[in-house]
Ligand binder design. Structure first.
Ligand SMILES: Nc1ncnc2c1ncn2[C@@H]1O[C@H](COP(=O)(O)OP(=O)(O)OP(=O)(O)O)[C@@H](O)[C@H]1O
Ligand SMILES: [Mg+2]
Length: 288
């Protein structure tokens, strides 16, 4: 009886929240309707893109789809990991839109610049089985990356309302954190290589997230490319650094060759050790 009453109160609360959200389009909506967002961060070459690709495959196989994949690295590579071709990037679209303004050209159907750009971004989504990819790219020429960053943030937020899961692959370093392109994230995966320096960078990222007070619900460290028994020692060091260790992913020659050929993670055999260990880690992370 007690449970039924609790369920009824919860249902009532959800209905009220939904009502407020649709009427007012305010903060409530963010928590009620937003996607579950996973973002990758870490030092250069630690495996962010590869791990992002395998995470997307995991979500699709667990029927947690459709997934919006966001390649927020100006030097886009996530498409390769997913096995799709890029036909448009947000950076290039912005250049084109600016050109339209400069030329004073007629906009189709008298659309406002913003409407036109919204439309183009929708068109630029690369659709694949279970996943749509949005690619930031970079502005042509000596343009500033900030504009592309702001746009990718805006559209990730906008599109998050229509996808249950979002995975964001970031560029190396911490720029994306201070620019706040990585915010409203449920799970931040910090990737490290199997080295003390890798862990120290991971710690700096973790500290910056706290200092900037970013809206990131939880963060875990993944130590990637473990090839011997160094995992235990590195895990202990990570814990001393107060990092929450999600787990370790072994070095896998199959992944290395995949990377060399620019092949997709969807071609990795289901029993590949890297894939199996990442899946096991993701199983423990309570991705709802
Ligand atoms: N567990 C692994 N075993 C073997 N090779 C791996 C593993 N993880 C990643 N790699 C390889 O390491 C290389 C770098 O990986 P990846 O491009 O995913 O790193 P990144 O962090 O996204 O790099 P960047 O900072 O340049 O964006 C790739 O060739 C990839 O195939
Ligand atoms: Mg990468």
């Amino acid at each position: 009886m007690e449970t039924i009453r609790k369920d009824f109160i919860l249902l009532l609360f959800s209905c009220i929240t939904a009502k407020i959200a649709t009427r007012e389009k305010q903060v409530f909506q963010v928590y009620y309707l937003m996607a579950y967002t996973i973002a990758l961060a870490g030092k250069g070459g630690t495996g962010k893109t590869t791990l992002a690709g395998i995470t997307i495959r995991y979500l699709i196989e667990k029927r947690k789809q459709p997934v919006l994949a966001v390649d927020a690295d100006s030097n886009n590579c996530l498409n390769e990991a997913l096995g799709v071709n890029v036909h448009a990037t947000v950076g290039k679209l912005r250049e084109d839109s600016l050109q339209i303004i400069r030329n004073g050209a007629e906009r189709p159907g008298g659309m406002s610049m913003e409407q036109l750009f919204d439309y183009q971004v929708q068109q630029s989504l690369i659709e694949s089985k279970g996943v749509d990819l949005l690619v930031m790219g970079r502005p042509e020429g000596p343009g500033c990356y900030c504009a592309a960053n702001n746009i990718i943030r805006k559209y990730t937020d906008k599109l998050s309302e229509t996808y249950p899961y979002v995975v964001i692959d970031n560029e190396a370093g911490m720029e994306h954190l201070s620019r706040r392109t990585t915010h409203r994230v449920n799970l931040l995966i910090i990737a490290s290589d199997p080295s003390v320096r890798g862990l120290q960078t991971a710690k700096r990222i973790d500290t910056l997230v706290s200092e900037l007070d970013l809206d990131i619900a939880s963060r875990v460290l993944l130590i990637n490319r473990i090839s011997g028994d160094e995992g235990t020692e590195l895990q202990a060091l990570a814990e001393r650094l107060n990092l929450r260790v999600g787990g370790v992913v072994p070095h896998d020659d199959l992944l290395l060759h995949l990377g060399l050929k620019g092949d997709s993670v969807f071609h990795l055999p289901a029993d590949a050790k890297s894939l199996r260990s990442l899946y096991a880690i993701l199983d423990t992370l309570n991705i709802t």
